[in-house]
Design a protein around this ligand. Structure first.
Ligand code: AMP
Ligand code: FES
Ligand code: ZN
Length: 312
């Protein structure tokens, strides 16, 4: 099997693109896909300051690496969730990458430690408020990502969601006809109101296995294990189903998700409508000031309940 581009020995086959690549051409292909995502979705420019949420996994470390190599001003935020050795090991992966690859390019790593800032690790907090760990975790991460971006005045916040993540989420939303979530499924969410950072997903054109290959071929050491807490079993099931379809018919995931984006962009100014909708329902949280639809935002409610568990 030879590289489609330069005809030397290929190291990876990409059936959905009817292509195979050597290491150099594959790295170029990955960079091109991210560059295309950034420009076609008007995510950010070379003068913008970007905050990448980095978990220590393959996707977000690859994203930070790619943005820096493409010449963007990208710093990162790691949230230590206090999940025993899993958090310690993932933090170590992020720290090492930051020191060896990002710092020499002038990039900074911010860190938020849940045990210090919220007073307990994610598992204890979830127990205190009688909620599943993953949903407590999601509330805290979303809140802290946004807060860090706003406090440090970044122009945009980027996460490492890939094509598999987005296609699985879309499948779930379509199966349950969750139209209000469909509106927010694009890879570029505007800063619709004051206090909300713009949020982007520059990896939506790349599949999970392509990002794993990118890390391995480019010497990026990432945490392979998934979070030990119950993962969204539904999402894993949707990913499995989509992978079966992909094997039978390469390109299914991209046709599904990119086709959705194409339709969304043809709907008259989708982002304007979303901004208008947000502006109509969001106002500052009475406790912290971050935008919310309720009087008090879900993060502040969670923290209040965690402090008075008997009232929950
Ligand atoms: P997940 O929800 O675990 O699939 O993660 C989706 C994206 O959220 C990752 O690609 C990262 O960009 C970001 N992320 C997840 N966990 C963390 C974390 N502990 N610290 C910083 N960013 C994270
Ligand atoms: Fe949040 Fe696992 S990453 S509970
Ligand atoms: Zn609040």
């Amino acid at each position: 099997m030879n590289c489609t581009k330069c005809k030397t020995k290929a190291v990876i086959k990409l059936p959905r693109h009817h292509a195979a690549f050597c290491k150099g051409c594959f790295t170029g292909f990955v960079h091109d896909q991210v560059a295309k995502a950034i420009t076609s979705q008007k995510m950010f420019g070379k003068d913008d300051r970007i905050l990448v949420a980095v978990s220590g996994g393959k996707d977000s470390l690859a994203l930070w690496d790619i943005l820096l190599k493409l010449g963007y001003k990208a710093d990162a935020l790691y949230v230590n969730l206090g999940i025993g050795t899993y958090s310690e090991r993932s933090q170590e992966k992020v720290r090492r990458f930051a020191e060896a690859a990002a710092a020499p390019l002038g990039a900074t790593l911010h860190r938020h430690t849940v045990e210090q800032e919220e007073g307990a690790g994610i598992r204890e907090l979830a127990q205190l408020v009688h909620r599943p760990t993953c949903s407590t975790c999601g509330t805290i991460k979303r809140y802290q990502f946004n807060r860090a971006a706003i406090e440090h005045e970044y122009d945009v916040m980027a996460t490492g969601h890939n094509l598999d993540d987005e296609a699985a989420r879309l499948l779930g939303n379509v199966l349950h006809w969750q139209e209000e979530y469909l509106d927010k499924q694009g890879p570029n969410l505007p800063a619709s109101v004051e206090g909300f950072a713009k949020k982007v997903k520059p990896l939506y054109r790349l599949a999970e296995r392509e990002l794993a290959a990118y890390c391995i071929l480019n010497g990026i050491d990432y945490i392979v294990d998934e979070c030990p807490m119950a993962q969204g079993a539904r999402t894993l099931l949707y990913k499995e189903v989509l992978n079966r379809l992909e094997t039978e018919s390469p390109g299914t995931k991209q046709t599904f998700y990119w086709g959705f984006l194409d339709k969304q962009s043809r709907k008259a100014s989708a982002s304007t409508t979303m901004t208008e909708k947000d502006q109509a329902v969001l106002h500052p949280c009475a406790t912290c000031g971050q935008p919310t639809t309720a009087e008090v935002c879900s993060y502040c409610k969670l923290m209040a309940r965690a402090k008075t568990p008997s009232a929950s």
